[in-house]
Design a protein around this ligand. Structure first.
Ligand code: ZN
Ligand code: FE
Length: 255
């Protein structure tokens, strides 16, 4: 039985994700930007929190972890590499490690770039991947700590997941990301269609931080750094895919 996932808007444009395993009743949350919205979602569903999964050390992802842990006694899972700057971990994780939420297993993917020690969680049976500020809807996280080559490597690992995987990211930056994507890849018909759909979604207040991987691969310019037509359009014929990614990320930083 797959996990039930609920996206919880927090702070200005963050998302936390509630995960419920119907087989066992165990309930987890991915990232804790804020405490109150998560308590509200737990109360509304009548679930008790058992596990907290942390993607990376930034305050807008862990700011509420300690209070939520005190309130619920939930176990905390996070990257071993960042243990010195995360709340005390019950389970320290690295690349390829598994996490467990009731009957469901998740796999840890090391995705450095935005920060060193950023991890993603992939729950294959549920077709869900929690990527926070690595791969984001129509974009990717800013490189605060890692190199472009590290982030490109991280994105390539995520691109290798099954196409139907739902990518659940840490923010909704879709409006700004859409403008940049159209700027660098104006002839992409799938991108044009997506941006049109996004306008309808935004008008209807539908969350836009959860997107199938196949759609990201077709429209997210950072996942298309390996496409020859993009290199050609930006005078980068013959550069490596990682170099093309670095070029696009640099353009976005000053867009
Ligand atoms: Zn961050
Ligand atoms: Fe963030």
């Amino acid at each position: 039985m797959p996990l039930q996932m609920t996206a919880i808007p927090c702070l200005r444009d963050n998302y936390a994700y509630l995960l419920h395993d119907p087989a066992t009743g165990r309930t987890g949350v991915v990232d804790v930007p804020d405490v109150a919205p998560i308590h509200d979602a737990l109360d509304a569903a009548g679930h008790r929190l058992s596990d907290i999964f942390i993607t990376h050390h930034h305050d807008d992802h862990i700011g509420g972890v300690m209070r939520l842990q005190e309130d619920t006694g939930a176990a905390i899972w996070g990257a071993r590499a960042d243990a010195h700057r995360l709340p005390p971990l019950d389970h320290a994780l690295g690349e390829g490690d598994t996490v467990r939420l009731g009957s469901q297993e998740g796999v840890v993917i090391d995705v450095p770039g935005h920060t060193i020690g950023h991890i993603a969680f992939h729950f294959p049976e549920s077709g869900l991947a929690f990527t926070a500020d690595s791969l984001m809807a129509l974009g990717c996280g800013r490189l605060f700590e890692g190199t472009p080559a590290q982030m490109w490597d991280s994105l390539c690992k995520l691109m290798a997941l099954p196409d139907e995987t739902l990518i659940c990211s840490g923010h909704d930056y879709s409006q700004g990301n859409a403008g940049f994507a159209l700027h660098v890849d104006p002839g992409n018909a799938a991108l044009q269609a997506r941006v049109t759909q996004m306008q309808a979604d935004r008008a209807a207040n539908r969350p836009m931080a959860v997107v199938p991987l196949a759609l990201e691969k077709a429209t997210n310019p950072f996942l298309r750094a390996g496409q020859d037509y993009l290199k050609q359009a930006h005078d980068r014929v013959g550069v490596s895919d990682a170099e093309m990614f670095a070029c696009l990320r640099g353009m976005k930083d000053t867009f």
